[in-house]
Design a protein around this ligand. Structure first.
Ligand SMILES: [Fe+2]
Length: 236
């Protein structure tokens, strides 16, 4: 039994030749059970048929969606006047449950038009079973109130909470600088150093890091006190 995890880059692995997708550089992930050949997709957006094709080419069956947070580049919806495909399109092609943090469900419904019955609401610490693989939902507010990361054995999919060499913005609606400080330095930094980090965007020179490397080199994980953090965040 092993974890199946696949990193797909918008504009390269799906949504090919879509300039906006290429520019936004979102990563979509497939997480599942490599024996039972079942998986869930993390943040399906931009090109739903392209993502489904990848799942099927790998001989996997899609059994659910995991949502890191409600921003349209992760779940579909309207952003800067562009309409991005996402959960609503997937729901028409492959109606599977969408796992969200309870604090994020209203945002997801608003942005995607999905209804309550399409969602399964979770608290931090919940586990979702994909085949025999357990995925722990780690609540990491800061970028948005219901941002969550997904931990499957030694792999963490971190959405827009922790990037390689950076962290998600906290100045958008629902952003909370202090919550982000707590999520980075009290929650994610407590994970084993060897935990592989799979971020929500391709913003760095490499696509994958580890918690240990980020604790050594990521400025945002090296801040010692909330006071220093407030100064870095511009006196908020
Ligand atoms: Fe975001």
């Amino acid at each position: 039994m092993g974890v199946y995890i696949k990193q797909l880059l918008a504009g390269r692995d799906f949504a090919i030749d879509d300039h906006f997708a290429t520019q936004m550089a979102n990563f979509v992930y497939l997480i599942g059970d490599d024996q039972k050949r079942v998986c869930m997709v993390v943040d399906p957006a931009w090109d739903v048929p392209g993502i489904i094709d990848t799942v099927e080419r790998d001989g996997m069956k899609l059994v659910g969606v995991l949502v890191t947070h409600y921003h349209p580049d992760h779940v579909g919806g309207n952003i800067f006047g562009h309409n991005i495909a996402g959960l609503a399109d997937l729901n028409k092609l492959r109606p599977v449950k969408v796992h969200v943090n309870a604090a994020e469900s209203d945002g997801v419904k608003q942005v995607t038009g999905l209804s309550e019955s399409d969602l399964e609401k979770h608290q931090g610490g919940d586990e979702v079973l994909i085949g025999n693989v357990k995925v722990r939902l780690v609540h990491t507010p800061g970028h948005t109130p219901g941002s969550q990361c997904f931990l499957a054995e030694e792999s963490l999919v971190s959405g827009d909470t922790l990037f390689i060499g950076g962290c998600g913005r906290v100045d958008l609606p629902g952003g909370d600088p202090e919550a982000m400080y707590h999520s980075l330095t009290k929650v994610l930094s407590k994970l084993p150093e060897g935990t592989k980090l799979f971020p929500g965007h391709n913003y760095a020179s490499k696509p994958v890091s580890t918690i240990g490397d980020e604790k050594k080199t990521n400025h945002y994980m090296l801040i010692k006190t909330l006071e220093d953090w407030r100064i870095l965040m511009g006196g908020v």
